[in-house]
Design a protein around this ligand. Structure first.
Ligand code: NAD
Length: 257
C-alpha cells in the first residue's frame, strides 16, 4: 500500500477528481477526510470507502470560509490524530464566466474566492497541522489553462488557476526545508461534470477535442493516480512542480490526425 498510515484531507471530495482520489487514497491505506459542500454525495463516498474496508470521515466545509477550513483540519486531527496529505482540489467553473467585457464582477469574485482563496485557506490551516505531523505533502489542483490560453474564454477561471500555480511555487520554496512538499496538479480537459456542463454541445466538445493529442477527454481516475504519486513518499524529491496530466495538450503544436 502506497499511503499506509497516512491521513489525507481532500476538498471537493464528493465529485469528480476529489471523489476518485478519496476512493484511491483509501484503497492505498490512507485514512481520508472527505470535504465538500455536497453532504449527500460526500456521505456516499465515505460509505463506499468504509464498505470496502477503508477509513474515511466526511466534513462539511465551504473552502472560501476561514472558519470552515479551520474546522476541516480539526476534524482530521481529532479523528485520526494527525494530517499528512492536504489535497486542495475544490474548484468551480462558473457558467457565466466569459471574456473581460461580459464577465460580471460577482462571477469573478466567487471564482477567486473558491479557486484561489480556498487554496490559501487550506494551506493556512493545513500547514500548521502538517508541521505538527513532522511534514507532509500538499497538492493544489490547478489546470492546463494555467499554462495555455484558449479562444473560448473563461477569464476568471483561467486567472484563478494561474494564481494557484504561482502560489504553489512560492509555498514550495517557503516550506522546502520543513519536510513539506507542495505541488500543483494540472489536469487536462476531463469527462467530469465540471467540464461537460460547460462543453454542453457536440460542437463545443469537438472544438476542445481537436487540441488533445490523445483525441479523448481524460478520466477523473487518471488524475487521481497523479495525485497518488505526489502524495506518496515515492515523490520525496518532487516539490514546486506543475505536474501535467493532460493527454499531451500542453506539449502540442500541431495535434496528430
Ligand atoms: P466537480 O465539479 O466534479 O467536483 C468539484 C467538487 O468541489 C464538487 O463536489 C463541489 O461540490 C465541490 N465544491 C465546489 N465549491 C466548493 C466550496 N466552496 N467548498 C467545498 N467544496 C466545493 O469538478 P472536478 O472536475 O472534479 O474538478 C476538481 C478540480 O479540478 C477543480 O479545481 C477544477 O477546477 C479542476 N480541473 C478540472 C478539469 C476538468 O476538465 N474537469 C480540468 C482541469 C482542472
Amino acid at each position: 500500500m502506497r499511503l499506509k498510515d497516512k491521513v489525507a484531507l481532500i476538498t471537493g471530495g464528493s465529485s469528480g477528481i476529489g471523489r476518485e482520489t478519496s476512493l484511491l487514497f483509501a484503497q492505498e491505506g490512507a485514512s481520508v477526510v472527505v470535504v465538500d459542500l455536497n453532504d449527500d454525495a460526500g456521505a456516499k463516498v465515505v460509505d463506499e470507502i468504509t464498505a470496502a474496508g477503508g477509513k474515511a470521515v466526511y466534513a462539511h466545509a465551504d473552502v472560501s470560509k476561514a472558519a470552515d477550513c479551520e474546522n476541516m483540519v480539526k476534524v482530521a486531527e481529532q479523528t485520526y490524530g494527525k494530517l499528512n496529505i492536504m489535497f486542495n482540489n475544490a474548484g468551480i467553473s462558473h457558467a457565466d464566466d466569459d471574456n473581460a467585457m461580459t464577465t460580471e464582477e460577482s462571477v469573478w469574485d466567487l471564482t477567486m474566492a473558491i479557486n484561489v482563496k480556498g487554496v490559501f485557506l487550506g494551506c493556512k490551516f493545513g500547514i500548521p497541522a502538517l508541521l505538527r505531523a513532522g511534514g507532509g505533502s500538499i497538492i493544489n489542483t490547478a489546470s492546463f489553462v494555467a499554462i495555455l490560453g484558449a479562444a473560448t474564454p473563461q477569464l476568471a477561471y483561467t486567472a484563478s488557476k494561474g494564481a494557484v500555480l504561482s502560489m504553489t511555487r512560492e509555498l514550495a520554496m517557503i516550506h522546502a526545508r520543513q519536510n513539506i512538499r507542495v505541488n500543483a496538479l494540472c489536469p487536462g480537459p476531463l469527462r467530469t461534470e465540471l467540464l461537460m456542463k460547460y462543453l454542453n454541445t457536440e460542437e463545443k466538445k469537438q472544438r476542445r477535442l481537436v487540441h488533445i493529442p490523445m483525441g479523448r477527454f481524460g478520466e477523473a481516475k487518471e488524475i487521481a493516480y497523479g495525485a497518488l504519486y505526489l502524495a506518496s513518499d515515492e515523490a520525496s524529491f518532487v516539490t514546486g512542480t506543475e505536474f501535467m496530466v493532460d493527454g499531451g495538450i500542453t506539449a502540442a503544436y500541431v495535434t496528430p490526425e
